[in-house]
Design a protein around this ligand. Structure first.
Ligand code: SF4
Length: 351
């Protein structure tokens, strides 16, 4: 898949844009002031595969906490600032690797300039974030409400404002919870903006609806070659966002690695608890850094065929299942031993 060319931007140890892979981000939902809780969550996100993490910085105490948090984590830390330019300055001074601001809610141009000067001094990139919900009145009037064109114009106005202050170490994000509007806005801005784009469908909802909306929206946008870093916003444990982001990128062929589990939808032929097993297998495989396909199939009608196309698989029978490896039936395994048998096979995979 061809990626749109953008400038490269270095966020701590991670570079996005150019030919770099699409980076996976999430955002903590702890109080940033609570260093221990925030670090604990970031370490869990790191273990899941998060590559850049963002924390909200609503208070001076939170800005100062960044310094301590940074010492205990291993991925770049982004500070999310709204309204108060002093928080942005303090976040940079306390080691933020990038700051995310909406210049539209930071106040006067002079305040934005003060943030830009501090970012310049420390070489910290700025993500200019514009959400459909915060579109300025003149743009709402010009376009007759919230539109993709309005969101893009709003974002580009801010980009030009910061460029005119002599700074181009920028990342841009434009978000809307309306998936198709979000897609259109990205198509429009990608043609007009040389900076890396952070892509996400905002306020997409709970694990169920959020995953669907994000997969559709991010799927289209990424497939068009747009996007340099992504966040799947979910109302839930942020670790779920990482799992979803990885699967979206893997499905699109933008990332390798991780075990892909395929499973049948079950039907009247299924004679084992395949739904329970497939869910257990999906959880279990996450601890294995293998790039293979595991099939969990319900019966011997289609099961062996599908499982043979995978690297490892089972096809259920009556109270048992066939273990299939690289296309060959290996043996019959009792239903209650299927999960553990698969685990052992993965432990010993090509050792
Ligand atoms: S693999 Fe077997 S159990 Fe699963 S849906 Fe197909 S026919 Fe039904």
């Amino acid at each position: 898949m061809l990626r749109m060319q953008t400038k490269e931007v270095k966020i701590g140890s991670v570079t996005i844009g150019g030919a770099h892979p699409v980076a996976i981000q999430s955002m903590t939902n702890t109080k940033t002031e609570d260093v221990a809780a925030t670090v604990e969550q970031i370490l869990r996100l790191e273990a899941a595969g998060c590559e850049i993490v963002r924390c909200t910085v609503p208070t001076m105490e939170a800005a100062k906490a960044l310094k301590e948090i940074k010492k205990q984590i291993h991925i770049p830390l982004v500070a999310d600032i709204h309204f108060d330019y002093k928080m942005a300055i303090a976040a940079i001074e306390n080691g933020a690797d990038k700051i995310r601001i909406n210049p539209g809610n930071i106040g006067s141009e002079e305040r934005v300039r003060a943030v830009v000067e501090k970012a310049k001094e420390y070489g910290v990139p700025i993500r200019i974030g514009v959400n459909s919900g915060s579109l300025e009145k003149p743009l709402l009037e010009k376009y007759g409400g919230v539109t993709a064109e309005g969101i893009v114009e709003s974002a580009l106005d801010k980009v030009h404002m910061i460029e005119s202050m002599g700074y181009d170490n920028l990342v841009v994000s434009i978000k809307s919870s309306d998936v198709l509007m979000c897609v259109k806005a990205h198509e429009l801005i990608a043609k007009q903006c040389p900076y890396p784009l952070h892509v996400g469908i905002t306020e997409s909802g709970t694990i169920y609806s959020g995953n669907i909306k994000s997969s559709v929206g991010l799927g289209i946008i990424l497939h068009e070659g747009i996007g340099n870093t992504i966040r799947v916003s979910l109302t839930g444990d942020p670790v779920e966002e990482i799992r979803s982001a990885k699967l979206i990128l893997k499905t699109l062929g933008l990332r390798k690695g991780g075990i892909e589990v395929v499973s049948c939808p079950t039907c009247g032929r299924t004679q084992i608890d395949l739904i329970g097993l497939a869910n257990e297998v999906e959880k279990m495989v996450q601890e294995f850094p293998l790039d293979i396909k595991v099939a969990v199939m319900g019966c011997v009608v289609n099961g062996p065929g599908e499982a043979k196309e995978a690297d490892l698989g089972i096809a259920g029978g009556i109270g048992e299942g066939l273990l299939i490896k690289k296309g060959e039936i290996v043996r019959k395994v009792k239903e209650e031993e299927l999960l553990e048998t698969l685990r052992q096979e993965l432990i010993n995979w090509e050792k």
